[in-house]
Design a protein around this ligand. Structure first.
Ligand SMILES: [Zn+2]
Length: 145
């Protein structure tokens, strides 16, 4: 197991830890071309063999839904950074992480592959996310002293 990669939103209210299930260089980096991701300059990674922890300070989490409303985009209420998208499938949380938004360790020099998912049906979209997204835990923490 490689080292845990950390990052956080601009103000630090939302912190992430990604435990990679394979070498970091093998984790994909995607630039989704939808209107939301383009506006945020999102570059995302996900990997079913990895594990993602998201810790959000109380009140810092803004969940935004758009399009087919199947997924929560997690934004920081304070600084506005787009952190991750998350859905619940079969009782488990799955996420794709915006490595640009949280300035994640190890992704500074990576080039993102542009991707579009416009032609997918709802079923195809869910199947892709189940196959590719990262099992995740979301915790709302207490304020630190
Ligand atoms: Zn923030």
């Amino acid at each position: 197991m490689t080292q845990v990669l950390t990052g956080h939103c601009h103000c630090g209210a939302i912190r992430v830890e990604l435990a990679p299930g394979r070498p970091v260089a093998e984790l994909p980096v995607r630039a989704c071309q939808c209107g939301f991701c383009r506006r945020h300059g999102a570059r995302t990674t996900s990997d079913p063999m990895s594990r993602l922890n998201i810790e959000a300070a109380p009140g810092s989490l803004n969940r935004y839904r758009f399009g087919r409303r199947a997924v929560d985009a997690l934004l920081c209420e304070e600084c506005g950074v787009y952190v991750a998208s998350m859905l619940e499938a079969d009782g488990a949380l799955l996420a794709t992480l915006n490595v640009a938004g949280v300035d994640l360790d190890g992704f500074e020099d990576r080039t993102a592959e542009p991707v579009t998912y416009d032609d997918e049906s709802d079923e195809e979209r869910l199947a892709r996310r189940k196959a590719r997204w990262t099992p995740a835990v979301l915790v709302e923490t207490l304020p630190s002293a």
